[in-house]
Design a protein around this ligand. Sequence first.
Ligand SMILES: [Zn+2]
Ligand SMILES: [Zn+2]
Length: 157
Amino acid sequence: MLDIFLFIATFVFMEFVAWSNHKYVMHGFLWSWHKDHHVNDLKKIKEEYNGKFKFEKNDRFFVIYALPAIVLMIIGFNINNLHLVSIAVGITFYGFIYFLFHEVLYHKRLKFKLLQNSTFSYFNAIVKAHLAHHQPKNAKDFDNYGLLIFRLEYFKN
Ligand SMILES: [Zn+2]
Ligand SMILES: [Zn+2]
């Protein structure tokens, strides 16, 4: 039971980690890595990848976020501590959801029609909220650093 709680708590906490890192690290001192993710913001957003998969410098963050989960998993299995494994699985699951919603649903870096053609209102709201992040009025003015949690206004049509 505690392990299920740890898994859920870790998942929710990761949204906070993602939001704060995106806002203060990626748009802060590591802007040089994140910049290429925003390079097309002034052009039309949907043409960004043209269906061809390209690596961005920004993808380095996936490796960085995967490291604590891998380390926790190795330690957890080695000392037989299921709590650590639950936290590691929570981080990994958040990373997977982030990949699915950010890279696949929104940026369409991979094709997945079932997700991309879905009319589920929460998915539409995620897309609108992230679109707002990719429409800065100037180089400093970005909105919506989170992914799964955003203002309710994005649910409106
Ligand atoms: Zn950004
Ligand atoms: Zn994006």
